[in-house]
Design a binder for this molecule. Structure first.
Ligand code: ZN
Length: 329
């Protein structure tokens, strides 16, 4: 398709937010508004996507390019932070629309982008077949010749800007994060937790770790969070959801995140042998989240936190259980 006229950036669609520094946040519409983000970085007429949302997000990603009057061949990179489908599910269909882009993926995730069969089956085991059709649609394979793998401390060029990638295990072994020096921000994927805008408050928001199955490793995640913080970021670009920590708030969010992670691990160890372990894990996580969010200025009751974080509590309990079963004592 052709763009009839070049709209000005102030005519962005309602689901595209200009964050400055050539960084645009795109609401992928997965689950609900302001739940799942993809990012478009633009510098000197060249562009990169970081995370793609699901297959259903691709029209919005392309609409963002159109609104910014960027041709499809201006995109050099598509960089999913990891291969979970709310981050990479749309990568194949997106790549098919971008003639010169390369997919840059963690080496442990590359084969799943070329042949998504195992990825689809793994996600179906977690979410069930109906939810897979409804929420994820399909996963289009990426031709192997268009896939590049990342390595720790890799530098990457987009226009005149240099990005830096680091290997970030803990949420998943196939996760990398991307440092943007221009805005001093990390595209953190799922490594710096979840902070929905609803959880925002005058004190700078509240945040919780995500331990989605099946590669959650809390000790590794804590090290990853420490490494992200060591760069003294001015902000974090979260997939769930949006930019957080601007105005000097990143260290505070980091402290909350690491504290909630440590409490969650201690709770999980305590219910390891519980007869209904899954229910005990869910109740334990809810207690921790309700208490922490209340202490850090969120005005939500326990019931409201239970409702707002229902999906996360379920997935975090599942992922924590998988870790408990793998860890030896
Ligand atoms: Zn994930």
């Amino acid at each position: 398709m052709s763009v009839m006229s070049a709209p000005s950036p102030n005519a962005l669609p309602r689901f595209v937010h200009d964050l400055g520094h050539g960084v645009f946040c795109i609401d992928t519409a997965f689950v609900r508004d302001e739940f799942d983000a993809a990012y478009l970085l633009v510098d000197d007429g060249r562009a990169a996507f970081v995370d793609t949302g699901t297959h259903f997000a691709v029209p919005r990603l392309l609409a963002a390019l159109d609104a910014l009057a960027l041709p499809r061949d201006a995109v050099d990179w598509v960089i999913p932070t990891h291969v979970h489908l709310d981050h990479a599910g749309g990568a194949g269909a997106l790549m098919a629309e971008l003639p010169v882009a390369s997919l840059l993926i963690h080496p442990r995730g590359a084969r799943h982008m070329v042949d998504p069969t195992a990825l689809w089956q793994g996600a179906t085991a977690v979410y069930g077949p109906d939810e897979m059709q409804r929420s994820y649609g399909q996963v289009v394979p990426v031709p192997e010749t268009r896939v590049q793998t990342s390595h720790d401390e890799q530098a990457l060029t987009v226009g005149r800007r240099t990005l830096r990638l680091i290997d970030t295990p803990g949420h998943a072994r196939h996760h990398h994060c991307i440092w943007d020096e221009a805005s001093r921000g990390w595209f953190a994927g799922d490594c710096f937790g979840i902070s929905y805008p609803e959880l925002g408050n005058a004190e700078g928001g509240w945040i919780l770790p995500t331990s989605t199955p099946v590669q959650f490793e809390p000790a590794e995640l804590d090290k990853t969070i420490a490494r992200l913080l060591a760069a003294e970021p001015a902000c974090m670009y979260l997939t769930h959801y949006g930019r957080v920590g601007e105005g000097g708030g990143v260290p505070r969010l980091g402290r909350i995140l690491r504290e909630v992670l440590a409490q969650s691990v201690a709770m999980a160890e305590a219910v390891r042998g519980h007869a209904s372990r899954h229910e005990a894990l869910k109740a334990g996580l809810l207690d921790i989240y309700a208490d922490s969010s209340a202490r850090h200025g969120c005005g939500f009751t326990r019931d409201e936190i239970a409702r707002l974080l229902a999906v996360d509590i379920e997935l975090n309990a599942q992922g924590t259980a998988v870790w408990l079963d793998k860890s030896r004592h």
